[in-house]
Design a protein around this ligand. Structure first.
Ligand code: ATP
Ligand code: MG
Length: 516
């Protein structure tokens, strides 16, 4: 059914912009000062797609509320209902989706992976201590607070496994295939619940360190999984195989213990805590498990977001102009200001800060800069390192460096028609299903795309090509400048980033980079 057009319930609070969505839920920023988020679950659709009745939907809110008293769990408060919708009031995950900031097929710096992994294990240990298992630990359900701390979210598949000292098993087949434990899909009767969350945390650690998942699903029919099962018995083989070879010995030994096929032999949380890699010192973490310097974490994340453009010709559309200006005031910064006066003050102070650092271009006509951090990801590595020092010195908060919106965007300087043909060529070549949204305007077009990712899981999103909004900026003298944005709707953020990277590379000849 088409639930997209269904009006939201008549609630007493202000409903702002859409933060994200699932198959039968939408999450909006709410309140007069955008101080909370609300997840609206469409009852009829939840029943049709997942067989969930109202009680089961409400359990999500109940479990999340019950586990809210932990800094790494997205806290849930009030729950409401009308005849069509059930809704939960949530804290805003101000940092957005963690995996938006992880480079596909590369991963993150070891300290960053260690920090997020420790926070995730802390959250999982806490919910297990309350007798709740999550059962859906995967990138889409791992968000960040405004200071870059991890928040475990989406208790839609959570269940109680311990009550009044009695433990129960489950036989429900659920979860996302690349992240799910083998005993869930083996269907050999019932499975224990704590070990399945530990397995998923092992896959998350793998994904943090490599930027991909190890297999499509943990079963005999998956070649990568079969190879792993053989090689895990002989770590020297594993260390030679891609992408396992990119993982250092110590974290690898922990991952192998977490990805133990037999749930009875799988490491427990107490074992994870005692593992030497888990106990290593980490300059990004305080003793209490929080992150003392969000900017350092953001800097490290931004430093690994990088896309090589092989075959790029030296001749650029703009000659030697600098497309990147440090510490940009972009849309997401603007939206986080509650008062117009505050916004003005902030804009002018940021401009004052960044102005002296502009690379001046004496050719007059050529002064061309894009205020967008996304441009940096296409710069040469050495340039990124230099720019990062400058930007980091100016940043005050995590989201000065990493605004919650995705960095999956690039700029091109060609006509709309030419861009369209580049993108259509790419989508066709990759066999990606696309629907072009009709737009009356010549200046704007959108592709709705859906595909099966490299793990055969569904992936969908929108590719929006439009003129940048802020006409006041210097780059507006170049009428032809277009921003190409890849917004994921459903599916694995790492796989979505992979599609974005491929598309950017397909546009290698027209893309504007920080080196132009
Ligand atoms: P479904 O199960 O129907 O597929 P879902 O249960 O997966 O939906 P969520 O994971 O809870 O829905 O939310 C979907 C997306 O919305 C998240 O991946 C995230 O990007 C965004 N989101 C959810 N809650 C918040 C929040 N409190 N603050 C900011 N963003 C959020
Ligand atoms: Mg989710």
């Amino acid at each position: 059914m088409n639930w997209d057009s269904e009006p939201l319930p008549d609630v007493t609070f202000h409903v702002g912009r859409l933060l994200g969505r699932g198959s039968f839920a939408k999450v909006y920023l709410c309140g007069s000062s955008n101080s909370f988020a609300v997840k609206f679950v469409h009852k009829e659709n939840a029943r049709a797609l997942a067989g969930l009745n109202s009680k089961a939907i409400k359990n999500e809110g109940l479990f999340q509320k019950f586990c809210s008293n932990h800094r790494n769990i997205l806290s849930c408060g009030y729950t409401g209902e009308d005849e069509r919708w059930i809704w939960f009031v949530l804290d805003v995950a101000g940092g957005g989706d963690l995996f938006n900031f992880i480079e596909a097929d590369v991963g993150v710096h070891m300290d960053v992976a260690h920090m997020f992994f420790k926070q995730l294990v802390g959250a999982v240990e806490y919910i297990h201590s309350k007798g709740i298992a999550h059962r859906d630990i995967k990138p889409e359900n791992i968000l960040l607070d405004i200071n870059g701390n991890l928040l475990l979210s989406d208790f839609g598949l959570a269940t109680i496994f311990r009550r009044h000292g009695r433990t129960k098993k489950s036989s429900t087949v659920c979860g996302s295939a690349p992240y799910v434990a083998p005993e869930i899909i083996a269907q050999n009767g019932s499975y224990e619940l704590e070990p399945v969350d530990i397995w998923s945390c092992g896959i998350i650690l793998f994904a943090l360190l490599t930027g991909c998942t190890p297999w499509g699903f943990p079963g005999d029919r998956d070649v990568c999984y079969r190879q792993y099962i053989t090689r895990a018995k002989h770590p020297e083989f594993l260390q030679k195989a891609y992408p396992w070879k990119n993982i250092d010995k110590e974290p690898l030994s922990l991952i192998v213990r977490m990805l133990e096929e037999d749930p009875r032999k799988r490491i427990k949380i107490s074992g994870i805590r005692a593992h030497p890699w888990f106990m290593r010192k980490n300059p990004l973490l305080d003793v209490d498990g929080s992150c003392p310097s969000p900017i350092k974490v953001a800097e490290k994340l931004l430093g690994t977001l990088h896309i090589d453009l092989p075959g790029r010709k030296t001749q650029r559309p703009f000659g030697r102009n600098n497309l990147f200006r440090p510490l940009a005031v972009d849309k997401s910064n603007i939206m986080s200001c509650s008062q117009p006066t505050e916004l003005k003050a902030r804009q002018s102070s940021m401009h004052a800060q960044s102005q002296p650092n502009f690379e001046s271009d004496n050719s007059g006509e050529g002064a061309f800069r894009i205020d967008d951090l996304a441009v940096l990801q296409f710069s040469q590595k050495a340039k990124v390192t230099n720019e990062l020092v400058t930007i980091t010195q100016k940043a005050r908060k995590f989201d000065d460096l990493l605004p919650r919106d995705t960095l999956n965007r690039f700029f091109v300087h060609v006509s709309m028609e030419m861009l369209k043909s580049y993108l259509q060529g790419f989508l066709l070549q990759k066999g990606i299903r696309q629907i072009m949204e009709n737009s009356e305007e010549q200046e704007h077009f959108v592709f709705d795309i859906s595909l099966k990712d490299r793990r055969k899981c569904p992936l969908s999103g929108k590719v929006t090509c439009s003129r940048p909004q802020d006409r006041s900026d210097a780059f507006w003298k170049y009428d032809e400048l277009i921003i190409v944005k890849f917004d994921r709707i459903k599916g694995d953020p790492l796989e979505w980033r992979h599609v974005f990277k491929e598309a950017a590379r397909a546009c290698v000849d027209i893309i504007c980079t920080g080196d132009d």
